[in-house]
Design a protein around this ligand. Structure first.
Ligand code: NCD
Length: 363
């Protein structure tokens, strides 16, 4: 039995299979309408969401399954102080699969180590959002006809935008990919994404603050919202919130064959006037998210049926003797009984990263 916490939990072949299944669902929805009959999806949303939660729910319903769950931490026993581990064990008694969103990084991972059913990470803090990446991949594949040989511009909040982190990890495994990272200095891509994904794989990338300069080079433009809720300093958010606005005039600089993606919700970073541009793919992307979630639910439930034992983790490069993680957004910051566990990610420079949130160990 497997969970999906990080997009890298899926091989490229598996991503391609999920895309093929999603395309088949689009072509033959009736063939899938009873595939999850009598199965239950639990949506455990400790943080607000519209499209992710509702698209998971719609996905399960279109497979003939049922949905239980909650849409805010206040309406769950978390408000009474229940741990993620206990919640995961309890929900395993009631459902067949879990989709979990949590403001703290690593929470779905902790759930997956304690649940006896598959857990899908539906977004953990500023860390990962693998099912949004599934939606992004299907969209790029349908809009551009390929996932190779693309120059991808990522624009906006590259620091806290978890969708960006997961998309980079996924796209780095395709050939001919180049990234242009467009952000203000304060919101640049976290070093761990650069060190884990871009640098070791030798993926070419440029960093710039200038959207107009980058636009003509792009095959895909991935716009993101400045993530207000993750800022410690409201003044900094106020200063950065209007960093980028994609307008119809700016779209005139872009290639004729390109596509604009956005995980949504949008605030003001894409003018509504762009919506009618045929290259604006973000609403189609939201629909693609439902199909990819259907394909993913089918895959994980099938695997759990064939192999109900939780997949073991590779402990060979883990260490347990380091001080607690200092990332205030790490799940260990509130669940203090969780052991501090680090992974050796760079032997030469002796760099260890927290297994829950990937923050660097201080020692
Ligand atoms: C994204 C998220 O939650 O990270 N939204 C989504 O899942 N579609 C992007 C965002 O909130 O900006």
């Amino acid at each position: 039995m497997r969970s999906l916490i990080d997009i890298l939990d899926l091989s490229v072949e598996e991503l391609d299979q999920l895309i093929a299944t999603a395309k088949d669902i689009i072509a033959n929805p009736v063939a899938y309408q009873d595939k999850c009959a009598h199965k239950k999806l639990a949506t455990l949303f400790f943080e607000p969401s519209t499209r992710t939660r509702l698209s998971f729910e719609a996905a399960m319903m279109e497979l003939g399954g049922n949905v239980i769950g909650f849409s805010s931490a206040n309406s769950s026993s978390a408000s009474k102080g229940e741990s993620i581990a206990d919640t995961a064990k309890i929900i395993s008694c009631y459902a067949d699969i879990i989709a979990m969103r949590h403001p703290l990084e690593g929470a779905p991972y902790v759930a997956s180590r304690n649940a006896s059913i598959p857990v899908i990470n539906a977004g953990d803090g500023g860390h990962f959002h693998p099912t949004q990446t599934l939606a992004d991949l299907l969209t790029i594949s349908r809009e551009m006809g390929r996932l190779n040989d693309l120059t991808i511009g990522l624009c906006g909040d590259l620091k806290y935008g978890r969708t960006v982190h997961s998309l980079i990890a996924a796209m780095c495994r395709y050939t001919g990919i180049k990234f242009i990272l467009i952000s203000p200095d304060e919101l640049k891509l976290p070093k761990y994404v650069r060190y884990n994904e871009l640098d070791p794989k030798g993926i070419p990338y440029e960093e710039t603050a200038d959207l107009e300069e980058a636009l003509p080079k792009l095959d895909v433009l991935y716009m993101t919202r400045i993530q207000q809720e993750r800022f410690d300093d409201p003044a900094e958010y106020a200063r950065l919130k209007d960093s980028y606005v994609l307008t119809a005039e700016k779209m005139a600089l872009a290639k004729e064959k390109m596509c604009v993606l956005h995980p949504l919700p949008r605030v003001n970073e894409i003018s509504v006037k762009v919506d009618d541009d045929p290259r604006a793919a973000y609403f189609r992307q939201a629909l693609n998210g439902k199909y990819m979630r259907m394909a993913l639910i089918l895959k994980l439930l099938e695997e759990a049926k064939n192999d109900p034992i939780r997949e073991a983790i590779d402990t060979s490069n883990l260490v347990y003797d380091r001080p607690a993680c200092i990332n205030p957004r790490c799940i260990t910051s509130t669940e203090q009984e969780l052991p501090a566990v680090y992974k050796l990610v760079d032997k030469t420079n002796q760099i260890y990263r927290c297994i829950y949130c990937e923050a660097k160990s201080v020692q």
